[in-house]
Design a protein around this ligand. Structure first.
Ligand code: NAD
Length: 286
């Protein structure tokens, strides 16, 4: 198994920053990078504020917080972040072309045995096999939002992924205090999101057919099935654009619009992307 000490996280958005800080808290040397300077410059203050909050709540000692802070580095370029990395976690935009460009670039920067993992919500790592040398070290490593809190990580083995890569990622997930599962065969969307999607398809159908409002459907799922969040609230939380982009790719590939396509497209066009824009299926006030 590969020993992981230095971790490079690409993308300092909702997921990447939490993935990076989680690893820093758990003793890894982390270097995070984002192509947008206005995102990158907020990462260190954000990490410090989060760590201070944990200390105030008695969840971390002052020493542990200071050590985590010292291990959390914001790099000014991918070159700097990837230098000597044992593991690269890609958490950039959910766009195949952007990810392909990223994998080509990072593959040329790191050594042949650096593990390269994608946190994509739906895209299997096979899509990127042609972008990296030695694809035996390429896999999906799928966190859930918020990554500092949620326990599950899906470790997905493509036909190209070596068992050693899977074992190393499972060990890394456990060292981060997570509960990994091994998805033995690649499938788009993996396990949890496929199940969530099946629920969401039914919920959209019921809403579109006028059986109940999205809000009442959420109330039914939360109070009748004990799900912590209904499907529409979950979409607001994760970002409606992410769900829409997946359906759009499906539509482009099959020519068939999935249930809820038009409703999601209308939300995206109106800039109602969920929590991050303050409006989605619900309204959010800071
Ligand atoms: N949001 C979720 O609930 C969730 C859950 C699990 C997985 N994911 C996946 O994680 C990935 C990131 O999602 P997110 O919600 O954090 O998105 P986000 O939009 O919040 O953040 C993405 C960040 O990547 C940066 N970026 C774009 N290209 C880059 C590059 N080449 N190098 C470095 N940074 C780059 C952007 O500037 C942005 O800050 C996506 O693939 C998404 O499917 C998201």
């Amino acid at each position: 198994m590969k020993e992981i000490k230095k971790v490079c996280v690409a993308g300092g958005g909702q997921m990447g920053k939490q993935i990076a800080l989680c690893a820093a808290i758990n003793g890894f040397d982390v270097w995070i990078t984002d192509t947008l300077p206005q995102v990158a410059e907020k990462l260190q203050p954000w990490a410090e504020e989060y760590l201070a909050g944990r200390v105030a709540k008695g969840k971390l000692t002052q020493e542990a917080a200071a050590a985590a802070d010292a291990r959390f580095h914001v790099a000014s370029s991918l070159e700097e972040a990837a230098e000597g990395a044992d593991l690269v976690i890609e958490a950039i935009l959910e766009d195949q072309q952007i990810k392909e460009d990223f994998f080509r670039k990072v593959s040329a920067l790191v050594s042949e045995d650096t593990i390269i993992a994608t946190n994509s919500s739906f895209m299997a790592s096979s899509l990127f096999v042609h972008c990296v040398t030695n694809p035996a070290r390429l896999a999906n490593f799928h966190y859930f939002n918020p990554a500092l809190v949620m326990k599950l990580i899906e470790v997905v083995q493509g036909p190209h992924t070596s068992q050693d890569t899977i074992d190393s990622l499972i060990a890394f997930a456990k060292a981060n205090g997570k509960t990994p599962i091994w998805v033995k065969k690649e499938i788009e969307g993996f396990i949890a999101n496929r199940i969530a999607k099946a629920v969401s398809v039914e919920a959209f159908w019921l809403a579109e057919q006028g059986y109940a409002t999205p809000q009442d459907i959420d109330t039914a799922v939360e109070n009748g099935l004990n799900y912590p969040l209904g499907p529409f609230k979950l979409l607001d939380f994760a970002g409606i654009d992410i769900a829409f982009n997946t359906r759009k790719r499906e539509y482009e590939a099959t020519g068939k619009k999935s249930v809820g396509y038009d409703l999601l497209e209308a939300k995206v066009k109106a800039g109602k992307l969920g929590r991050k824009t303050g409006k989605g299926f619900y309204e959010y006030h800071k």
